[in-house]
Design a protein around this ligand. Structure first.
Ligand code: FES
Length: 215
């Protein structure tokens, strides 16, 4: 989970990394999901396993408002029901063929997926703009130590003064997806500094974890 107080929501990706008509894999405490955006722009988070033979749906493709499996082409609606089985074009797929779905939300340029039924909306990131995401092969403790700060209730870690960046964390099983955010009024120099600070913090956090100083 990104933090104890963001409840069930995990910040899985930046909006800019999921254009209309695409699908990407994402990790949540509830398992892998196929995160996809229909050609009309609607978001969905489906379990990353096709009900037919188990192929990863994140390897599939989006056509119109459906996600199709790359293996035999079964396609699924955003509600999870199977829409079409190409080998049986005249068949209306039974309602029992479904892929599990998760609640998904998008705000302030960040996409969140719920690992259950959330009691509230994801936290807002007022005054911040997403810059980029990177995966750190270290847990949250190592990242906090490297950053010299603690995670806020909204899952944010402030970097050192002057670095011009804030991190939004989604920790999972020894690795952490970090979204680098900058203040809305950050200029080009601040953005470059924030990106470099993120790379530097990644190296420090991974060293701390590798050397067993912080788990
Ligand atoms: S495994 Fe997905 S359609 Fe066959």
């Amino acid at each position: 989970m990104p933090s104890d107080t963001t409840g069930f929501w995990t910040p899985v990706a930046l909006s800019a990394d999921l254009p209309a008509g695409t699908v990407i894999p994402a990790r949540t405490p509830a398992g892998s999901v196929a995160l996809w955006r229909s050609e009309a722009g609607r978001l969905a988070a489906s379990a990353d396993r096709c009900p037919h033979r188990g192929m990863r749906l994140s390897h599939g493709f989006v056509r119109g408002e459906a996600l199709s499996c790359i293996y035999h082409g079964w396609s699924y609606a955003q509600a999870g029901n199977c829409l079409r089985i190409p080998a049986h074009p005249g068949l209306t797929p039974p309602e029992t063929i479904r892929v599990a779905i998760h609640e998904v939300a998008e705000a302030d340029g960040v996409i969140w997926v719920a690992a259950g039924v959330p009691a509230s909306k994801p936290p807002r990131l007022d005054g911040l703009t997403p810059l980029r995401s990177l995966t750190v092969l270290a847990g949250k403790d190592a990242i906090e130590t490297a950053a010299g700060g603690k995670t806020s209730p909204d899952g944010l870690v402030e970097t050192a003064a002057g670095a011009g960046g804030v991190w939004l964390l989604a920790a999972d099983d020894g690795q952490t997806l970090v979204h680098v955010l900058v203040r809305d009024d950050a200029g080009t120099k601040d953005r470059i500094a924030a990106s470099r600070a993120a790379e530097s913090l990644r190296r420090r956090a991974e060293n701390l974890q590798r050397e067993g100083i912080v788990q």
